[in-house]
Design a protein around this ligand. Structure first.
Ligand code: PFF
Length: 448
């Protein structure tokens, strides 16, 4: 085995570590609730199978075929069009923007592990003021935990694929799954459990609108870490002779199951306390902590377990966001891993500080442009614009540019001719059309 490559299980856990993150435990439950619950979940599952899974397989194929950094991957696999594909490096920029707000949220989560252990807010009003105070006034605490989070991320990457990334994922991912399973068993015994199941899986057609389909597609990309060279770069460190279709399916299934389980847990606890399923950040950082307090001693343990699980999920994702750029610098600029990691980390870190400051009351005016502060801009630019562009690029490259003989040779041992045809249709037609629609909607060109 190559000394700095993933084993098969190592790759599956690391790719799942990348996929399972804030997107699953924080975002999926509330967008599912907002968009009609069960029917949204159904549409989401369909988009994951028909579009997300296809692009995931395509990215794993690209990486494991070229065994190079993402830009070189495009160049090597289409040598005659090398001069165009060198621009695929813009995907690294997506990572810069995502990590800049993502790691700020990890800082909050670290802080909430401590709050869970020491001083949970006693009710929702207090929880609201604790959270708002952290965001707007307590810059020092935010910076402290943000720096801590960033150090863990950078240190792990500096240790390499095998000794850093694989080793950390081998510990954190099973730990995350165990914590979630224990919490699931706990939530099954609550009165709110059936209401949660109903909320998540009962097809409430009324709340569903055509835009929900696009939200589902956009989320499928974000949650599967697609469109920004992450999966390509991880797969580049995959040992040869791995069934890439099966490995991809396992990761996609794990990601989906964890999102569903997280939703059931969170809503069981929320409904059990007679609370309304709030929205976004509020659900995890405001409503949940207050409920955990009201549960008593077990609540403290649950709260600690929950925020540790969230931290594990988010850290393993953040690492995967940084790795593609680091790998690029190592391969193309011949930097040592340490030097590459710390050069990239400094840039990301500083940008993240601006995102962090843009939420504070002292700097929000200075760092707000138009109707969004920098934190929201980074989220919007990456998730709504750059990720979809990256997704289209992969789809076009694999669907139209790449030599089909190469594709058939790599994939047909692992899928039937019919499945291959469906996959290719998804890559050539379904994915590019769906992604284009998302983008046009997000930037306000079309209204659906
Ligand atoms: N998939 C992660 C989540 O669901 O939270 C976020 C993410 C990680 C997006 C890595 C993109 C990426 F490259």
């Amino acid at each position: 085995m190559h000394k700095n490559r993933f084993s098969r299980v190592g790759f599956i856990l690391a790719a799942a570590g990348s996929a399972v993150g804030l997107g699953n435990i924080w975002k999926f439950p509330y967008i599912a609730g907002d968009n009609g619950g069960g029917i949204f979940v159904l549409v989401y599952l369909a988009t994951v199978v028909l579009i997300g899974m296809s692009i995931f397989i395509a990215e794993v194929f690209l990486g494991s075929n070229a065994h190079k950094d993402a830009v070189s991957t495009f160049e090597v696999l289409a040598p005659s069009e090398k001069k165009y594909w060198k621009y695929s490096g813009f995907m690294f920029l997506t990572g810069v923007f995502i990590l800049s707000f993502y790691s700020v949220v990890i800082g909050w989560i670290f802080n909430y592990v401590v709050i869970a252990a020491t001083d949970l807010p006693t009710n929702v009003t207090e929880a609201q003021s604790v959270f708002m105070n952290l965001l707007k006034e307590d810059t020092f605490t935010q910076l402290f935990y943000y720096t801590l989070a960033f150090s863990v991320i950078a240190y792990t990457i500096s240790k390499g694929v095998k000794n850093g990334i694989e080793r950390l994922n081998n510990i954190l991912m099973p730990a995350l799954i165990i914590i979630l399973l224990i919490m699931l068993v706990y939530s099954m015994r609550l009165d709110g459990f059936f209401q949660a199941i109903q909320f998540m899986f009962y097809p409430n057609v009324e709340k569903f609108h055509s835009g929900s389909v696009l939200i589902a597609v956009g989320h499928a990309f974000f949650t599967l870490s697609l469109g920004m060279a992450t999966i390509i770069s991880y797969a580049a460190s995959l040992d040869k002779n791995v069934n890439i279709v099966k490995a991809s399916m396992i990761v996609v299934i794990m990601d989906t199951l964890i999102a569903l389980v997280a939703g059931v847990i969170i809503f069981s606890i929320i409904f059990n306390a007679g609370e309304e399923p709030g929205q976004g950040a509020g659900l995890v950082f405001i409503t949940l902590p207050a409920i955990f307090y009201q549960i008593g001693a077990i609540g403290n343990i649950l709260a600690i377990a929950f925020f540790i699980a969230l931290a594990f999920a988010a850290i393993t994702s953040a690492i995967s966001i940084l790795e593609p750029t680091v790998m690029y610098l190592i391969e193309r600029r011949k930097m040592s891993r340490k030097k590459a990691t710390y050069s990239v980390a400094v840039v990301f870190y500083v940008l993240g500080i601006f995102a962090l400051l843009s939420n504070t009351s002292s700097f929000s005016t200075l760092l707000t442009f138009g109707n969004k502060n920098l934190f929201d801009w980074f989220d919007f630019i990456s998730a709504s614009i750059l990720l979809p562009i990256g997704g289209i690029l992969v789809a076009i490259f694999v669907g139209y540019v790449l030599d089909k003989a190469l594709l058939r040779k790599a994939l047909l041992p692992y899928m039937s001719e019919t499945v291959y045809k469906i996959w290719l249709f998804s890559i050539r037609v379904l994915a590019p059309v769906a992604i284009t629609l998302i983008m046009l909607k997000e930037i306000g060109v079309i209204k659906i």
